[in-house]
Design a protein around this ligand. Structure first.
Ligand code: F6P
Length: 357
């Protein structure tokens, strides 16, 4: 028997841990693993793939990125947000299917986010033996309490804030750190809390510059002359501030440069020297944390279990400390956002973190 695996969409720390889990578990069953390169593109004839044996995965558990490569563009890119149909053209699906048949693949493990899993759902509905594994550093996929890569991203934010803290303290400055999170503020909120930020601005909670400025000035008056501000790249900026590109809230959102805009406004309103810094892809690269290594490995092992039971059309899922699975359609086309009244947000407020309202 042969099991195929591909990574699709943006890379994420822990992808290699999933591959490690799949290859190890498949080997125990006497199955061969075919790793397709560069996402779904590797399925296109003549097929771009490699046979993966346990010896090929030695040491990859601790490596960032993916040994298989990935892409978030190409022939299979799903039009997300248009219902749960991916709309990959039939001629492309037919070509890829030929590769699957020639290689006698009995199960295909797709490690991807919302878009890639939507493509997976389309293929499953067309009769393919698909198993999904959730992947996103943003941690905004539905039907799983956590995705691997998130913890590593949060740790990068914390490391960045720890570094910004010392320079902020030395200069009595406000430092604004822009982090990833187009639609969801999980990285900003977790990273901000753990990294000691006093202000966290999210896509889910509209904010006012005046409120944030008051908070910073009040801190100053209390003798705290430096302030760390974390802003998600998709933060819900006040109306009329800048051009809307991807609004998912009442305000306006712009991707990239959000940190700079926020820093400029806060400097004007507080009179305090303010600098901004964008963490960018530093939070997606590098070695996965131990949590992400273990979660990724467990996801890979569960994917093989589902494949061996012929339980297709399902996505591996993490709920209540347990790795199980759900139908793929439960996970796609509806992002899991930070709830403004959740216990986590209330806890952040309770320790004095300003969310800008
Ligand atoms: O979806 C994951 C993500 O990391 C987002 O947070 C970010 O906006 C995006 O990917 C960046 O993608 P790219 O690598 O294409 O610039």
């Amino acid at each position: 028997m042969r099991i195929g695996i591909l990574n699709s969409g943006g890379d994420c720390p822990g992808l290699n841990a999933v591959i490690h889990g799949v290859v190890g578990a498949a080997d125990q069953l006497g199955w061969e693993v075919i790793g397709f390169r560069d996402g779904f593109e590797g399925l296109l004839p003549p097929g771009d793939y490699t046979i993966l044996k346990p010896k090929d995965t030695v040491g990859i558990l601790k490596m960032g990125g993916t040994i298989l490569g990935t892409t978030n563009k190409g022939h299979f890119a799903a039009k997300v947000g248009k219902g749960d149909i991916a709309e990959v053209p039939p001629e492309i699906v037919a070509k890829a299917k030929r590769t699957m048949e020639q290689l006698e693949i009995s199960a295909l493990v797709i490690v991807g986010g919302d878009g890639s899993l939507t493509t997976g759902l389309q293929l499953y509905r067309e009769g393919w033996p698909i198993i999904g594994v959730p992947k996103t550093i943003d941690n905004d996929l539905h039907a799983t309490a956590m995705t691997f890569g998130f913890d590593s991203a949060v740790n990068s934010v914390v490391d960045g804030l720890d570094r910004l803290q010392t320079t902020a303290d030395s200069h009595k400055r406000v430092m604004v750190l822009e982090v990833m999170g187009r639609h969801a503020g999980w990285i900003a909120l977790w990273g901000g809390i753990a990294g000691g930020a006093s202000v966290v601005l999210l896509p889910e909670i509209p904010f006012s510059y005046e409120k944030v400025a008051e908070h910073i000035k009040a801190r100053d008056a209390q003798g705290y002359h430096s302030t760390l501000v974390v802003v998600a790249e998709g933060a819900c900026l006040p109306q009329g501030d800048i051009v809307s590109v991807d609004a998912n809230c009442g305000g306006e959102v712009r991707l990239g440069g959000v940190g700079q805009v926020v820093a400029k406004r806060l400097e004007e309103l507080t009179g305090k020297e303010t600098r901004s810094c964008t963490l960018g892809h530093l939070q997606r690269g590098g070695a996965p944390t131990s949590l992400d290594r273990i979660l990724g490995m467990r996801f890979g092992v569960m994917a093989v279990k589902l494949a061996s039971e012929g339980d297709f059309g399902r996505m591996v899922s993490y709920q209540s400390y347990h790795v199980g699975s759900v139908p793929i359609q439960e996970a796609v086309n509806k992002l899991r956002l930070v709830e403004p009244d959740s216990e986590l947000v209330q806890a952040a407020r309770a320790v004095g973190i300003c969310l800008g309202e």
